[in-house]
Write a new protein. Sequence first.
Length: 305
Amino acid sequence: MKRIIFIFLAAMMSTAVCSAAMSNSKVRKETRFLTDKMAYELNLNTEQYNDVYEINYDFISGIRYLMDDVLRGEEWALNRYYDYLDVRNDDLRWVLNNRQYGRFMQAAYFYRPVYVSGGRWSFRVYITYTNHNHFYFPRPYHYRTYCGGHCRTHYHNSYYRGRYHHPHYTGSWSIRNEKSYHTSRRSDFGSVNIRPNSHKRPAGRDDVYTTRRSNGSNNRISTGTRNSSTRRSSVDSGRKSSKEKIETTRTKNNDKSPSRSRVKTASKERRNASGVRSSESRRSSSSSTTRSSTGSSSSRSSERR
């Protein structure tokens, strides 16, 4: 029984993790579905279809982790979502012509594609197009290869500006700057309970929810710089410590050198003294030998007499 309960809890946890974090394949599928319906209703050509896919991909890829904080009622995350949306709609303004963009703004499931209902967030386009597996057009040519190379991380202004020579939409397009912003916000996320004092991002948290991940790339670069500087400082400190160790060792050796010289001098004196003693003993033995030989010769001479 306990084993069954454990398996059930593990399955629930894995399902919660999968629903919280959208995979890359899921991002591509959602992007294609939204782009396919935009191409069908707005009558996009092939070049527009491919560019709109890139723009929608950057938008969905940017908000996929942000929406968890939106569901928790973090006001800073909700404001950041509309920053992503304004950048996306600005990029689309340079791809669509004036007539297409006007129709785009009139369709809320294109202009404001995300909403929250029942504690979950989803795309409005599925309300109109209920068959999630039906597509009007084939996949974009870079369906599996595009990974955000034309987003605002690499281009300060829109990459798509100047690529098309048809008349562009010049009216008001930003949701954050519109008078109907709060109305749109209630329509999109009216069921979300905003936490008090949550308008600022918590300090010490990684800023991965930046507009089109531009600041996120800067943070990574700066982090790499900090890591490299830390490595350099650690290497320098290691070199300094090794030099200090060598200097202390030399100092100790210099301090010990007088004692060693005194020991060597004493040993030399001892060897000299022992040499003198041995020479004296040799001299005394030789003198005694001479004496004995002289005595023996004298005794022999007396006997002869």
